[in-house]
Design a binder for this molecule. Structure first.
Ligand SMILES: Cc1ncc(C[n+]2csc(CCOP(=O)(O)OP(=O)(O)O)c2C)c(N)n1
Ligand SMILES: [Mg+2]
Length: 617
């Protein structure tokens, strides 16, 4: 056996550089890195040595570098991914939040976290977390519950098994998620005679599991007996690239489709069976169809609370079917499981159903809903008044084309966009599994890298912008253009509404006016963004916003457009937790005893709401 003598870190980078997609591209596009104690010497040297075949990029914060990597994978529909490396201690624990984000959203990410010495010779080293009772613990153990694959590399030859396992996890459509390699710093630098054949290029194919024939027939029979079925389409539809199969299935069998946050943009807005968003922040048409349904068919959805109105959306007696790549999701809520890839399973199911057609859904409700969307998004007559979030969305929609992707993660905008944004195919990128403030700006950069042909529009609230914005500087340096629409309502608008309207609370510690401060802030967000090199403008009114959005297209750097908005709620955001005009109940626990009458009343009302939840279908 011929061998090549390399340090373990060199072997890792060399191996990563030859892991390929079926299209002949590197599966891991490169590594985001902030060096420090525990990764600068070993991994840093190796990344430098292989810089021509495996790129390294520096960001500003480990968490947001990982957000960029995750957004890249999401934009690539999980066909490609990125890696991030961190120093031991704070660098690594900064990545833990991003790992959880990737875990919840089922997105691939390779985390190479520096770790303490395997030999323990200089213990305790700088930044070492010391467990009094367990000698094997390091800060990196925080990754265990939020990694789909976790390994600690304490010998150079561990890479021979650890690396293929990590990639297998990342490229497995059912198990997909973050893989963490906690890489002991002395081992990174240790030499070993690796077999040459370990570095032969390897192609990673995505499998499309076909459904079990018995499961398929059981579900087909349930459908044949159904009169008013509804489809709830989730992120699995997009990851399986089942958009056309879904459109055909819905048309052929005349079944209305409601979309989740992760599933939005899977079915064209013009498709007569697209009834809009599902659940808490859902459309009147979709939620009415779900309430009336005798059979609910989940396609690639986790059935989380926002989708199901915390289990109150589907009518009593409705049956549930779940088409999902993982048996864990397929069996949720007492559903009849149909495990398989969304695309091939929909095709196989359609074949069994033949000319089955459901009763015609309420097309009038859909038309009414589309008119309501136009009204929420209409250009405001008074351009001097602060617009609502819906009016901002309308302006962005008018000023952008079919190549636009609206992206966001937390705050008022996710609900508003889910309800109101009319995406072209693939024109929607929402991180709502973890709804992580601070994903937005870095995520926009990663999204643009993954989909360079798209016009990336990042919606971010003033709160999320303050939490994490510094990858703007990276995007300026790397000439990665996208447009940030920063809606400034002077605080945490959505949580303020949740607190005061949904939970019976007093306005407290969310909007700046309700905070324990000596003076009200006057933060100049445009000046802040401009200081990092972005093109930044504070716009007045939606006409001005539209003009600046069009101008942004010609730039090769990020543009930040700041607009003051009213903090007022508009129907359908659902964040009020009570059933709004269109939206649905969201179960947020409220205090059982209080000295305030408003709080006590809210608790009584809440008891009535949770009584409607169907714990098992
Ligand atoms: C990291 C993180 N911390 C806290 C939260 C809870 N949270 C969700 S939205 C939000 C406020 C968002 O404020 P802003 O970005 O200004 O949006 P707005 O609702 O005001 O438009 C908070 C605190 C979260 N989702 N993520
Ligand atoms: Mg705000």
């Amino acid at each position: 056996m011929s061998t090549i003598r390399l340090t373990a870190a060199q072997a890792m980078v060399k191996w990563l550089s030859v892991q390929m997609t079926p299209e002949g591209e590197r599966y891991i596009d490169g590594m985001w890195a902030i060096f420090g104690h525990g990764n600068v010497a070993g991994i840093g040297e190796a990344l430098h040595a292989y810089r021509d075949v495996f790129p390294t990029w520096r960001g500003q914060n480990e968490q947001t570098m990982a957000h960029a990597a995750i957004a890249y994978a999401k934009a690539s529909r999980r066909t490609r991914a990125m890696a991030v490396t961190s120093s031991i201690g704070p660098g690594s624990t900064n990545v833990v939040t991003a790992a959880a984000l990737a875990h919840v959203n089922r997105l691939p990410l390779l985390i190479v976290a520096g770790d303490v010495f395997a030999t323990r010779r200089p213990d305790p080293v700088l930044q070492q977390v010391e467990d009094f009772d367990d000698g094997t613990v390091s800060a990196n153990d925080c990754f265990r519950p939020v990694s789909r694959y976790f390994d600690r590399i304490t010998r150079p030859e561990h890479l021979l098994t650890a690396l293929p396992r990590a990639l297998r996890t990342m490229t497995d459509p059912a198990n997909c998620g973050p893989a963490t390699l906690a890489f002991c710093q002395d081992v990174q630098c240790e030499a070993y005679d690796y077999p040459e054949e370990f570095f032969e290029p390897r192609v990673w194919h995505t499998r499309r599991p076909r459904p079990d024939l018995d499961e398929l027939e059981r579900v087909a029979q349930m459908l044949r007996e159904a009169k008013r079925p509804v489809i709830i389409s989730g992120g699995g539809t997009l990851y399986s690239q089942a958009e056309e199969a879904l459109a055909r299935f819905a048309s052929t069998h005349r079944i209305p489709v409601a979309e989740t946050q992760a599933g939005k943009s899977g079915l064209s807005q013009d498709h007569p069976m697209n009834f809009g968003a599902s659940g808490v922040d859902g459309s009147a048409a979709a939620n009415a169809a779900s309430q009336a349904a005798d059979l609910v068919i989940g396609v690639g959805t986790r059935f989380q609370d926002f989708t199901t109105g915390s289990r109150t959306l589907f009518g009593e007696g409705a049956k549930l079917v779940s088409i999902n790549i993982h048996g864990y999701d397929a069996a949720k809520h007492g559903a009849e499981s149909l495990v398989g890839d969304a695309r091939v399973t929909l095709e196989a199911l359609s074949e069994r159903l033949g000319d089955y057609r459901a009763e015609a859904p309420d097309a009038g409700a859909r038309e009414d809903w589309l008119r309501a969307v136009d009204a929420y998004c209409a250009r405001p007559e008074d351009q001097a008044a602060k617009p609502t979030d819906g009016q901002v969305i309308g302006a962005v929609q008018r000023a952008t084309g079919a190549d636009a992707v609206a992206m966001c993660a937390a705050g008022t905008m996710p609900g508003a966009l889910k309800l109101l944004w009319k995406p072209s195919q693939g024109g929607y990128h929402m991180e709502y599994g973890y709804s992580c403030m601070g994903y937005e700006v870095a995520g926009a950069m990663g999204l643009k890298l993954g989909a360079p042909e798209r016009d990336v529009i990042c919606f971010v609230g003033d709160g999320s912008y303050m939490l994490a914005n510094s990858e703007l500087a990276t995007a300026v340096m790397r000439r990665i253009p996208f447009t940030v629409v920063l809606t400034d309502n002077r605080g945490y608008g959505c949580i303020n509404r949740l607190q005061t309207m949904g939970c019976g609370g007093e306005p407290f510690n969310n909007m700046y006016v309700d905070c324990n401060v000596e003076v009200q802030p006057e933060i100049d967000y445009a000046m802040h963004a401009a200081s990092m090199g972005a093109h930044a403008v504070k716009v007045s009114g939606t006409d001005h916003l539209e003009a600046e959005l069009k101008a942004a297209r010609s730039r090769d750097i990020p543009t930040v457009l700041v607009i003051e908005t009213v903090a007022k709620d508009f129907p359908g955001t659902g964040l009020e937790t009570t059933a709004g005009e269109h939206g649905f109940f969201w179960d947020v626990a409220v205090p059982e005893v209080s000295e305030r009458a408003k709080q006590r009343d809210r608790f009584e009302e809440y008891l009535g709401q949770i009584a409607k939840a169907r714990l098992v279908n």
